[in-house]
Each structure stands twice: as structure tokens, then as C-alpha cells.
Design a protein. Structure first.
Length: 145
């Protein structure tokens, strides 16, 4: 599903852009931020999409399903993201500058990704629900368009 790409890639691109703007060079620690961040932030997206496409929400309107799904998945998404972010934020006490950057930038990326999963993903679903409904019916074996 291409829908999940933007909320996961946008925070990484934003972090890499900020690195370029403030002059942080790519080194052995900072070059891995994108790969590690993508591995971490995709979990929240999968969790929220699972809640949104839960069959028990099939009787709800798309907007109601989104609100219900975010209410269900939101606390878990926020707590895991904050735990990861705070864990990486402790790297600011390292004596190696690239490790400090790694911790700061990865924490920033995780928080931005959480905001994207809570704001951008539901907005995309609302904007594209006409096309998503077609795909969802096709997945269930229904040939109607």
C-alpha cells in the first residue's frame, strides 16, 4: 500500500534536510539514521492501519473509523514513540559529537513520524477514501467499482 510511504519517508527527509541546513556531516553514526528511523517508525503506521482496517469497523463511516482507530491505537503509538525518543535522547550525554547528533536527530525523527501518523495518515485516508474503498472491495473479492 503506497499510502504508508509518505508518513514514514517525510520525517526522514525532513531530518536529512535539517542536517544539511545546519551543516551536520554524514559520518558512520549519522548515515544510519534513515535506516534505523524507518525501521522504528513503520511500526506505528502498521499499528494505526491495522486499527483503521479492522473488520469490526466496517459498519462505520470512514471518518468515524479513523477517529475510532486513532482513539484505539493512539495511546500505544504515543507511548512507544516517546519511549524510543527519550531513550535515544539520552545519547546527548555522549562525549562523541556524532553520537550526540545521532541521538538528537533520531529522537526528532521519531516525534515527527508520530505526528505524521496521527495527522498526515488519517488526512490521506480521508482525501483518498474513494480510491481506497475501491481497492478494499477488490481485496474482498467484490467486483463492483
Amino acid at each position: 500500500m503506497v499510502l504508508v510511504v509518505l508518513p514514514n519517508v517525510f520525517p526522514i527527509l525532513m531530518t536529512l534536510g535539517i542536517m544539511g541546513l545546519i551543516g551536520i556531516r554524514l559520518d558512520i553514526a549519522t548515515v544510519t539514521i534513515a535506516a534505523i528511523a524507518l525501521g522504528i517508525v513503520v511500526d506505528d503506521t502498521i499499528h494505526s492501519l491495522y486499527q483503521l482496517y479492522d473488520p469490526s469497523r466496517s459498519n462505520l463511516t470512514p471518518t468515524e473509523a479513523i477517529i475510532d482507530g486513532i482513539e484505539e491505537a493512539g495511546p500505544a503509538m504515543v507511548s512507544t514513540s516517546l519511549i524510543y525518543s527519550l531513550g535515544f535522547l539520552f545519547m546527548v550525554f555522549a562525549s562523541i559529537k556524532s553520537i550526540v547528533y545521532f541521538g538528537l536527530l533520531l529522537s526528532f525523527t521519531i516525534v515527527v513520524a508520530l505526528l505524521c501518523d496521527i495527522v498526515m495518515l488519517p488526512a490521506q485516508i480521508c482525501l483518498l477514501r474513494r480510491y481506497l474503498a475501491k481497492d478494499f472491495r477488490a481485496d474482498k473479492g467484490d467486483s463492483r467499482s
